[in-house]
Design a protein around this ligand. Structure first.
Ligand SMILES: [Zn+2]
Length: 315
């Protein structure tokens, strides 16, 4: 390392905070630290090891307070790291997942809430967009298990259209099969945004009425499956939403704030968004999918190795 003033090579002079190598100039006597790669390129003072440990706790389904206790840091620190990781992961996902050739795409939405459920909002909160019900739209490619696009918003047509736009940006121009549940807003959204590339079908699952009081926790008996072609000529024999529904299940398992009936629900919309971005980036790039034996990003040919968390942090 050279001195900023004298432009000559310095000598090693011990280690500073977080065991960073320090250097001393023999001419002017000034001391410098070795430049470090900071997590997320932001001003994070924690050692990268701690940052990774915090993220590891979060992606393995720990709550924010639980993570703070496990890593011996403040709750505020965990949330700061989560926010930075969220922004970074969201950027990473949009940058890396573009123009991907796909065959079979399944889309679904998963419900959660921020602060309180929609029905519990006060009259003055009715218009507040960032409180109440929150839906995460997910588009999954069924062979590679790659999450192509996701979107957090209310369950309405503008948000559905924005989600389908993200799906368009993620996929290559060749036609593909798209299958969703029977939520009505998908039809105008697909017709407007994916008019040139989607063979689109909807699936309705009909269940019998569950006995009184049990319907909240388990659906009634499965009666029949109805598949309807909505656009183009979809292969109804292969149309299914099973993989994306399984993905919803693992999202509730690994993202603590989506676990039902706990106190770990989201209190802030932006933190929920960050937690989702982190989850999807970790899922696509870092976690080896048990049915693929590689990560979804490797299966899709986006990367050639399993990423570890430090790579996600510095990417
Ligand atoms: Zn000097």
């Amino acid at each position: 390392m050279t001195c900023h003033n004298c432009k000559i090579e310095m000598v090693k002079a011990g280690r500073g905070r977080n065991s960073v190598q320090r250097f001393k100039c023999t001419t002017c006597g000034k001391r410098f630290s070795e430049p470090q790669q900071k997590p997320f390129g932001a001003d994070v003072r924690l050692p990268q090891e701690t940052v990774c440990r915090i993220l590891h706790c979060l992606v393995e389904g720990n709550s924010v307070r639980g993570t703070a206790r496990l890593c011996d840091v403040e709750k505020r620190t965990v949330l700061n790291i989560l926010t930075l990781a969220g922004e970074n992961c969201e950027r990473l996902l949009t940058e890396r997942i573009q123009q991907i050739p796909v065959a079979q795409v399944q889309a679904d939405e998963i419900w959660t809430f921020v602060q309180k459920k929609e029905g519990h909002k006060w009259p003055h909160e009715k218009a507040a967009e960032k409180i109440g019900d929150a839906y995460t739209f997910i588009a999954l490619e069924s062979t590679t298990k790659l999450v192509l696009a996701w979107h957090l918003g209310k369950r309405d047509t503008p948000n559905t259209t924005e989600f389908i736009r993200k799906l368009r940006a993620a996929t290559f121009e060749d036609p593909f099969e798209l299958c969703t549940d029977a939520f009505g807003s998908y039809i105008p959204a697909v017709n407007e945004v994916l008019y040139d590339r989607a063979h689109y079908s909807q699936i309705v699952k009909v269940y019998s009425k569950q006995e009184e009081g049990r319907e909240r926790y388990s659906p009634g008996e499965f009666v029949k499956l109805e598949k309807t072609a909505m656009r183009g000529s979809p292969d109804l024999g292969r149309a299914s939403t099973s993989h994306v529904e399984r993905k919803n299940g693992s999202l509730r398992q690994w993202c603590k704030r989506l676990t039902r009936l706990t106190y770990a629900f989201s209190k802030k919309w932006d933190n929920l968004k960050a937690a989702l971005a982190l989850h999807f980036a970790y899922y696509n790039f870092c976690r080896v999918h048990s049915s693929l034996r590689v990560t979804p990003a490797m299966e899709a040919g986006i990367t050639d190795h399993v990423w570890d968390l430090s790579e996600l942090v510095t990417a």
